[in-house]
Design a protein around this ligand. Sequence first.
Ligand SMILES: [Zn+2]
Length: 377
Amino acid sequence: MSITQTGTIHDDVRRLVDLEPNEDPVVSCYLDLRPGAAADWRGALVDRFSALRRTVDARTWQTVRQSFDSIRAYLCFERDPAKQGVAVFSRGGEDAFFLARQFDTPVPTSISVDAQPDIYHLIEMKESFHRYIVVVLHSDRARVLEVNLGEATLEALKENAASRDRVAQELTHTHYARHGNFSEGHHVLEIAEVLDSLVSHGGHKHLLLAGDSTCIKLLEEALPRAVADDVSEILYLNADGGQDVVSETIRRYIEHIEDEAERLIDVFRLSFYRNELALAGADRCLAALHAGKVDTLLIAPRSMPPTSWKCDDCASYVVSLAQPHSCRECGSTSSSEKNTLNELSYLAETTGAGIEVVRKASLLDRIGGVGALLRWT
Ligand SMILES: [Zn+2]
């Protein structure tokens, strides 16, 4: 199966999670394609390739080489020079698999080879790849726009409000524009249809409504069920005719997501100190995820222990650099090494737990880089 740039990042993550492991390893590549990047991606590929050649057995080497051939061919023939980052997942052998996606924003270069693909960075992109739909509706005109802000853009915008106007033009795509009499509800169904298609095909979760409040009320009444169900938040913005509504939505949206992240950390802090429906530390969070109890996972990747061990018999986890002698729960001496971040990501994705990547949280840093808000204990 070969998939390149179809559907959303969310679809990619689902496909990778659903990929059945077999004896052939998956090569996962995230590459920072910018010319001045800290690590040269071509050099990183060559280094990893030669290191693997020296270390894996002859049979595995055959399929690893096939995977690298597909990756190189993709980068050679299908890379868009305007893109700054790429994620490629490739498996050789009988049940071959290939998935690639290019990004407008850079990703940190990392290449790994394992039975399961390394999905963490993709999840991070998915969570931080901020996109929303804006409807600007006045009594005499309407516009529907899609805004895509990467994490890097978002950081730049927080620093420099003046660049919002430029970004507003570069990162928006207009899907609908019409003049007419909207105050009596004409054409409202037309707008609702555009929204329906954007939400169901584009996977949008945020909808921003701006403009005349009477017209917006009419639109809300006409929204199809699918839109109301799939969109997790509808934000409202007062806008008169003059100002640039799009750059105003960016300001409003940034405020909103900062509030949301802070709110989650506050909830976690309170629950954790009360010892109610909150857990800290990778081994406990992994066990809770495994039991399907986790509602939201808060992670600070930089302070997380890299390696965990999963008991092959009872599936309990121990966070440790060295392989544990025996399992604390069942005494088994057989365990498998796991990348903590990737294991957390997999389990969260398969059990429907939300993931919030926290960038500045001293509490999370002190408790091992990961906390969980639970559905039940
Ligand atoms: Zn065990």
